[in-house]
Design a protein around this ligand. Structure first.
Ligand code: GRG
Length: 370
């Protein structure tokens, strides 16, 4: 039978030759907002500095997206306003809106619908974060207390529902069936991914390809949809649309692989969220799966116990095994492989500032600390 590391490497799409792959419990939450829970920083999204503001070809367009976000966030219900502002004003990298803008620009579309669609994908992303932090009982996100920690689980889930349904109202206003089609499918797949992940919790025998399926669903799908929407706006041919979607899918997969790696190797402060949460939750991600395959029998039993029972007492030893077995380098190599695939999808675009920005997004997604 083929040795486990080789199976893992193949399933993750990394060549053998390269040898590169191989809570805190939530207390009783307040159900009404409290003034002291307001963020100390700006509440206005326009005050949030855009990443890479120096030479960012999207500076101007991102300002327009932020204006749409601010406008469409409003609700007659004050708690919705407060929580939606709380999470959106914390910033975030705004990668998904950038994909809409970059691909629509690359394909020659300059209408205002691109700002609407960019805001829509950010709303959907934010809705998933609100829901995910409740599911995972996370306490820290974007460098501050999660919405569920501050406002409670019920309010967080419901405001997630508001953002999600507001996104669909905005989609209808764009009045293009194809847009609805892409986003209805994407959100459905994201939810499937999250349920699949739930089913895989505490499964120390999870296959690498099943892990990859989950990340393609829960994370890469929205990247894919964002890139595809840029192509839809540009009335691209089906071939070009699929190439754009392929870029988004590969970039999103690389992005989640790095996310999972940073959970073992990151710095909580830089990341703006707690590290080590995946092990605490018994979530079998690629660094752990590879470490298990490469470790000796005793170490394997230790990791298995941690995954199956969410044992965190052995965290330092497990971290040491993950590092020593090269599981982090192998995970980064798997992410690099995906980023390379994303880059290849750009061959259909002529050289331009936009194409350059998309290439840089691949590099930044791999070499990031937050
Ligand atoms: C509401 C459609 C819908 C579904 C609910 C909970 C859930 C089902 C899905 C959650 C999926 C999820 C949270 C995937 C992780 C995505 C991820 C890598 C988030 C981090 O993205 P960044 O780093 O975040 O772009 P910032 O903070 O920069 O915006």
């Amino acid at each position: 039978m083929e040795p486990l590391p080789d199976r893992a490497a193949r399933a993750a799409g990394v060549s053998k030759a390269a040898d590169t792959l191989a809570g805190q419990p939530i207390g009783r939450s307040r159900s009404i907002p409290i003034i002291s829970a307001r963020p100390s920083g700006p509440l206005n999204v326009l005050d949030t500095p855009a990443p890479n503001s120096a030479a960012d070809p999207l500076d101007d367009a991102m300002r327009q997206v932020d204006a749409v976000i601010r406008d469409r966030l409003s609700s007659r219900v004050s708690l919705i306003d407060q929580i939606a502002q709380y999470i959106i004003s914390a910033g975030g990298k705004r990668i998904r809106p950038r994909l809409v803008l970059l691909f629509s620009q690359a394909l020659g579309f300059e209408g205002p619908e691109r700002f609407e669609l960019a805001a829509i994908v950010e709303f959907i992303h934010t809705a998933t974060l609100l829901h995910d932090d409740v599911v995972d009982e996370s306490m820290l996100r974007r460098g501050r207390a999660t919405s569920n920690a501050v406002f409670g689980n019920a309010a967080s889930v419901l405001v997630g529902d508001f953002l999600y349904s507001r996104a669909f109202q905005m989609m209808v206003s764009v009045n293009r069936m194809r847009v609805l089609d892409v986003l209805a499918e994407a959100t459905n797949v994201i939810a499937e991914g999250e349920v699949l992940q739930l089913m895989n919790m505490h499964d120390a025998d999870l296959a690498v390809d099943e892990y990859l399926r989950v990340i393609r669903f829960k994370t890469a799908k929205l990247f894919e949809a964002s890139a595809r929407l840029g192509a839809v706006l540009g009335n691209a041919s089906p071939q070009i649309e699929d190439a754009c979607a392929g870029y988004g899918r590969a970039l999103g997969t690389a992005f989640q692989l790095v996310d999972d790696l940073l959970d073992y190797d990151g710095d909580s402060e830089a990341l703006g969220k707690s590290v080590g949460d995946d092990l605490r939750e018994g979530k079998p991600t690629l660094p752990l799966l590879i470490a298990m395959e490469r470790a000796d029998e005793g170490e394997r039993a230790l990791i298995r116990g941690a995954i199956e029972h969410g044992e965190v007492a052995q965290m330092p030893q497990i971290l040491e095994i993950v590092r020593r077995t090269g599981a982090l380098d192998a995970t980064r190599a798997a992410a690099q492989r995906e980023a390379d695939q994303a880059r290849d999808c750009l061959d259909m675009l002529p050289p331009s500032a936009v194409r350059q920005a998309l290439l840089e997004l691949c590099a930044r997604s791999i070499h990031r600390s937050s």
